[in-house]
Design a protein around this ligand. Structure first.
Ligand code: CDP
Ligand code: CDP
Length: 198
């Protein structure tokens, strides 16, 4: 059985940074599931068809990290058939030995409810906006607006809304430097591995 680490949380909370570091530390595969929704939104046309026909090239499109692509992603992500179309790929990815780290919104709640470790990464709205604005070279106030709007849509939708799994470990990165956030996550995974050896 592969070891699965599910990481969820609101926009720009530090999920991806933690997911990449855990994958590299433990030698696991990593999937940024947000990219699937961003690529679906960016493809245009009927989002259900776009999600079903997603190709590796679609994941390489330029500008997938932009705020506009984030908004488009969150709109198509509310469509149940889009989520269903992207589910199979995520499940196959999660089944790879020796283990996989997936980060998104519904990994611990819907995609991998039996994951050995579930992390829910949060940070204050202001800190998240400042970090993402610095990353994209954009205005902090605009970014705060963008993130809050997306979080609202992601939490309030009927299909796989953003929320922590009941057994998720919450990591608040508001006052943590990247290295501290990573160390906290590694420690959480390590203690879960000791409690539930493979
Ligand atoms: O994947 P997610 O959107 O949740 O966030 P991310 O892309 O990992 O992090 C958003 C930005 O915050 C990146 O520029 C990270 O380098 C930065 N970051 C940070 O400054 N401090 C942390 N503890 C975690 C992330
Ligand atoms: O990096 P950031 O947290 O800003 O966004 P992302 O993880 O790339 O996700 C972009 C959008 O895709 C989110 O706002 C969600 O609407 C959607 N998404 C989702 O619904 N389920 C996932 N597992 C991952 C992303």
């Amino acid at each position: 059985m592969p070891f699965i680490i599910a990481i969820d949380g609101p926009a720009a909370s530090g999920k991806g940074t933690i997911a990449r570091a855990l994958a590299s530390h433990f030698g696991f595969h990593h999937l940024d599931t947000g990219l699937l929704y961003r690529a679906t939104g960016a493809k245009g046309g009927d989002p259900i068809v776009s999600a079903r026909d997603l190709t590796p090239d679609d994941l390489q499109r330029p500008d997938l990290r932009s705020a506009a692509a984030g908004q488009a992603a969150s709109r198509v992500a509310a469509i149940p058939e889009v989520r269903e179309a992207l589910r199979e790929f995520q499940l196959r990815f999660a089944s790879q030995e020796p283990g996989a780290v997936l980060d998104g919104r519904d990994i611990g709640t819907v995609i991998c409810p039996d994951a050995q470790v579930k992390l829910y990464v949060i940070a204050s709205d202001e800190v998240r906006a400042a970090r993402r604005a610095a990353e994209l070279g954009s205005d902090v106030a605009d970014m705060l607006n963008e993130l809050q709007q997306r979080d609202r849509r992601d939490s309030q939708r009927a299909a796989a809304p953003l929320r922590p799994a009941t057994d998720a470990i919450v990591i608040d990165t508001t006052d943590l430097a990247i290295e501290q956030a990573i160390a906290t996550a590694i420690a959480a995974v390590q203690s879960a591995r000791e409690l539930r050896p493979r």
